[in-house]
Ligand binder design. Structure first.
Ligand code: NDP
Length: 225
């Protein structure tokens, strides 16, 4: 049975990934910053819950060491923050901007580096990164510069990673999950976590090395960078 490791799995899209993969018979390693507060996740049958703070080198290294020898078919970098919105030039809070970049742009690559041996040893060798259409420069509608730029940086970093890992057979792709009803997306969003994750799992399931370095919508359509 294939194995998936999910970051930020205690709520929102990450929790739904854990539920769906577990229901499908996958071995699910679901991570949360504070497993003590991850009651809903722990209630999902068959899921292995582990602590992971994606911005912390020691936390990431400790889990990678604990899971040494475990093959991870799909590494799902899902954890993210929206950060403060609505700032215009003249009001920018650079400390807040830095935090968004650290969590959304840099941390997923830290996780990718630490778990590369686990992914490389697996059958499927997939690294999936949950980005956002807000990271697309082509589709930019303005506003939310902190969040948008953090996802654009993630997209470029994954594009570089995909090129670097192609010859090693590791497929890397970024995804827009849709506008999803979660704490981040809000109650007025377009789709449920169930709809988003059903679509994303289908697209992730259809990935192969020929699709590495691409940006996909949750329905499988390719997104412009
Ligand atoms: P939520 O706010 O519901 O959940 C975010 C998850 O990320 C939580 O589990 C949170 O943990 C975790 N997380 C945040 N920071 C860290 C950290 N430093 N270390 C470990 N875990 C962390 O968001 P969504 O489920 O909506 O979003 C999931 C992903 O989808 C994000 O990358 C987001 O940018 C992206 N996305 C979402 C959209 C939407 O409409 N919802 C649209 C486009 C993209 P904790 O509970 O501890 O805070």
């Amino acid at each position: 049975m294939p194995t998936v490791l999910i970051t930020g799995a205690n709520r929102g899209i990450g929790l739904e990934f854990a539920r769906q993969y577990a229901a499908d018979g996958w071995k699910v390693i679901a991570t949360a910053r504070d497993p003590g507060k991850a009651g809903e996740l722990k209630a999902v049958p068959g899921v292995q819950v582990e602590a992971l703070e994606v911005t912390d080198d020691a936390s990431v290294a400790a889990l990678a060491a604990k899971l040494k020898g475990v093959k991870i078919d799909v590494l799902l970098n899902n954890a993210g923050i929206s950060g403060p919105r609505g700032f215009a030039i003249g009001e920018w809070d650079f400390k807040a901007w830095e935090e968004v970049m650290v969590v959304n742009s840099i941390a997923p690559l830290r996780v990718a580096q630490a778990f590369l041996p686990h992914v490389e040893a697996s059958d499927r060798k997939i690294m999936a990164f949950i980005s956002s259409r807000m990271g697309s420069i082509t589709l930019n509608g303005g506003g939310s510069a902190f969040y948008r730029s953090s996802k654009t940086a993630l997209n470029m970093a994954v594009s570089c990673l995909a090129l670097e890992l192609k010859d090693r057979g590791v497929t890397c792709a970024v995804f827009h999950p849709g506008w999803v009803k979660t704490d981040m997306g809000g109650a007025g969003a377009d789709i449920t976590t169930g709809e988003s994750v059903t679509g994303l799992r289908k697209v992730i399931g259809g990935l192969d090395i020929g699709k590495t370095g691409k940006f996909f919508n949750y329905d499988g359509a390719e997104f412009p960078w």
